[in-house]
Design a protein around this ligand. Structure first.
Ligand code: ADP
Ligand code: MG
Length: 705
């Protein structure tokens, strides 16, 4: 159970004064909610950090006020001057003074009653806003604050500025923020006292208060001590959670797989190439993991085209050599089928029996596959997420490969791991996303990693060019020449953000256009909304060279392999992220022939888009591209965190993040070493921390214990 002290923070934001259904909706837009949370809670306000401050601390006399600056004055209200009759456009003015001079408060389109209530003649008011000179007079148009002396404390001398949304004013949000901060209870300290002292960090509660009520302008900076502390809290929670999940996975009984090498040697003979050194090394690491009695959880990173499939096949053979079964899961049906087709002839020669299971296998054929799977007749099952379904039962699953893992969520990954029956299957996750080291650590902790760093021999670099949309005709002319020489072309159509329908329309339109100018029989169309059978037929026609041009939406992004395709045209390339462009380009450059990638963009280019496209032109190094992507987009997004259900930071996007992360990781390790079940006083406090940051997977673990 979540500790009672946290209850006020996890109450709906509607429990705050001033939040009704309308404001709640606005908050939902303005705040970043974690995945699975549909309505804002008090805690979501706490993590909504300010991005700047308005400094109202200057309290000059009226005579000393500097026009153009923001200032706060104590004034006495002298008289009200409404707009003269017949001139409704003139402002409503309220003359005020202090001992040194006069200042007019100016209101356009004013509501008279409201002003009269706020500024009764003869009263003293604190006002704050931008001072202006108007002729000889000093004035302030629409003061930001007008408060009576007894409410002086409500006037924020350093007013934090938060990201807002249309319809939600800073003032309204600030009132809610204050209430939210007041709800933060005194919590048991989960950080080491010495560490806090050494860093000069305040308690959690003080840190939150300081974040939202800055005392000096430097307080609204991720480098400030209280902000660093909160960042460290979040990182520590994440690292403890990861370490716990890892600990429990490793503690689950794995199996030592004793393999003979017999099937692998047949596969090596059947493969039309020799494995690269990277592939051999990765296989060695995988084999060692499988031979060990602990659970295996390894990430195989390799750029598109680096040959991950061959590694997966050889690794699956290890499990089969030991008399068990293996599974290979792909994120899309097209890809699952392609894997099955690539693997089938090799498997045949090595005496492996392979089955295919996707959402499309239904009725009798499906029942038949399930039967052969349960009896152990199928050695290797290839499929999509259909493999997660409970009625898919293996006789003895020892090893699972998950391809292109960033498409899957953590939960799905865990679900597959439990399919091994009494012992859990070893898992190899393959990704073409070259995840930078720091992000790996954040999202996976000390996950074991193998990297394919060499490309298979004989690959030529892809020549990448940029072309503005006005030059479309030239590009098509170029294609015509290449097609005459037998080239094959992918043409990827714009990604349109809000509606899948228009993305589709754009692809259909381009398809019609190209079919018209290049010849109808040559040009195929592939998109996500097509029936699977049609998709397969189109893909097959392209793979076999019956179609020369394949117009598609981004369905081909992941993993499809047609070595004879040497040209990749990406339309509206400025709308794609770097990682996506890199993935798409990886579809070409797989054969012996020179390949090209043409990035068509619509001018004018924004600065980030321009940097992205230039980066693409300059390098093919996936790791460099990933670093740049990280720089341009910031941590949480690189992995496509939202789709995949991976954690995003709430507060920890701070400078020096890597150092904090490394410290959090060490701290988590030490803590769990001494107190694996989190039962010591500090351990108990850390549990509260895990609840606070909603590290559900870890929480489930200690609840189960
Ligand atoms: P990815 O890592 O993107 O999944 P694939 O496994 O699809 O890459 O491999 C891309 C292509 O490279 C395939 O055509 C595959 O047959 C080929 N390939 C894999 N390993 C080698 C190798 N060692 N030498 C030559 N070609 C290879
Ligand atoms: Mg692949």
């Amino acid at each position: 159970m979540r500790p009672g002290v946290l209850t006020p923070l996890f109450a709906s934001a509607q429990s705050l004064a001033g939040v009704g259904p309308r404001v709640l909706l606005l908050l939902k837009k303005a705040l970043r909610l974690p995945p699975g949370v549909s309505a804002p809670r008090v805690v979501d306000l706490i993590w909504h950090a300010p991005t700047g401050v308005i400094d109202r601390r200057a309290e000059p006399t009226v005579a000393d006020a500097v026009p153009g600056t923001i200032a706060t004055f104590a004034v006495r209200v002298l008289k009200h001057k409404g707009p003269p009759h017949g001139n409704a456009k003139a402002p409503y003015k309220v003359a005020c003074e202090d001992e040194t001079g006069r200042i007019d408060l100016v209101f356009f389109h004013a509501e008279r009653k409201f002003i009269e209530r706020q500024l009764p003649v003869g009263s003293v008011r604190y006002i704050s806003g931008r001072v202006e000179r108007y002729g000889d007079a000093l004035q302030m148009a629409h003061p930001d604050y007008i408060v009576p002396p007894e409410a002086r404390a409500e006037l924020p001398m350093l007013e934090p500025v938060h990201p807002l949304t249309a319809g939600l004013s800073g003032k309204v949000l600030l009132k809610l923020m204050r209430q939210a901060v007041e709800r933060v209870p005194d919590l048991p300290e989960w950080q080491e006292a010495r560490w806090l002292a050494a860093r000069g960090w305040p308690s959690f509660r003080e840190a939150v208060a300081r974040l939202h009520n800055p005392q000096e302008s430097g307080d609204v900076s991720p480098g400030a001590p209280h902000w660093q502390r909160l960042a460290f809290d979040e990182l520590l929670a994440g690292q403890v959670a990861l370490a716990m999940v890892r600990q429990s996975l490793k503690a689950q009984r794995g199996r030592a797989i004793a393999a003979t090498g017999a099937i692998r040697s047949k596969l090596v003979d059947a493969l039309p190439f020799a494995l690269t050194r990277s592939q051999v090394r990765a296989l060695g690491e995988i084999e060692a993991d499988m031979a060990a009695p602990q659970r295996m959880l390894r990430l195989l990173q390799g750029d598109v085209g680096s040959g991950k499939t061959a590694v997966a096949l050889m690794a699956m053979a290890i499990a089969v050599e030991a008399g068990a079964q293996a599974a290979l899961m792909a994120p899309t049906e097209v890809l699952a089928r392609q894997h099955a087709e690539t693997i089938a002839p090799l498997a045949d020669k090595a005496g492996l029996s392979v089955g295919l299971l996707t959402g499309r296998e239904k009725g009798k054929p499906r029942a038949e596959i399930l039967g052969r799977l349960a009896s152990g007749e199928i050695d290797i099952l290839i499929g999509t997420h259909a493999l997660f379904q409970p009625e898919v039962v293996f006789r003895d699953l020892a090893f699972a490969v998950i391809d292109e893992q960033h498409r899957f969520g953590v939960h799905q990954r865990l679900a597959l791991q439990t399919k091994g029956g009494s012992s859990v299957a070893d898992v190899l996750v393959m990704t073409a996303t070259p995840i930078p080291r720091t992000l790996l650590m954040t999202h996976y902790g000390d996950l074991d990693v193998s990297r394919l760093t060499e490309k298979p021999a004989g690959r030529k670099p892809v020549v990448t060019t940029l072309a503005s949309l006005d030059r479309l005709e030239e590009v098509i002319e170029g294609l015509r020449r290449a097609l005459a020489e037998g080239a094959q072309v992918y043409w990827v159509c714009p990604l349109i953000e809000d509606t899948g329908a228009s993305e589709l329309a754009a692809a259909e339109q381009r398809h019609a256009h190209l079919a018209q100018v290049l010849g109808a029989g040559q040009v195929g169309l592939l998109h996500g909304g097509m029936p699977g059978r049609v998709k397969d037929a189109t893909m097959a026609a392209f793979a076999e060279g019956r179609l020369q041009v394949l117009v598609s939406t981004t369905v081909i992004e992941v993993g499809v392999n047609v070595p004879n395709a040497t040209i990749m045209v990406i339309e509206h390339a400025e709308r794609f992220g770097l990682a996506q462009l890199h993935q798409l380009r990886g579809r070409v450059g797989r054969g012996e022939r020179q390949s090209y990638c043409v990035l068509i963009y619509k001018p004018p280019l924004g600065e980030t888009a321009e940097q992205r496209l230039k980066m693409m032109r300059e390098t093919e190094d996936g790791f460099l591209i990933a670093e740049k992507d990280l720089e341009l987009r910031g941590g949480g997004e690189v992995l496509g965190a939202r789709q995949s259900g991976m954690p995003e930071f709430r507060i920890a996007n701070v400078p020096g993040f890597e150092l904090l992360l490394a410290a959090a990781r060490d701290d988590a390790r030490l803590l769990l070493n001494d107190d694996p079940a989190l039962t010591s006083p500090r351990g108990a406090a850390v549990r509260t921390l895990l609840y606070l940051f909603e590290c559900d997977e870890a929480v489930r673990l200690f609840r189960a214990a």
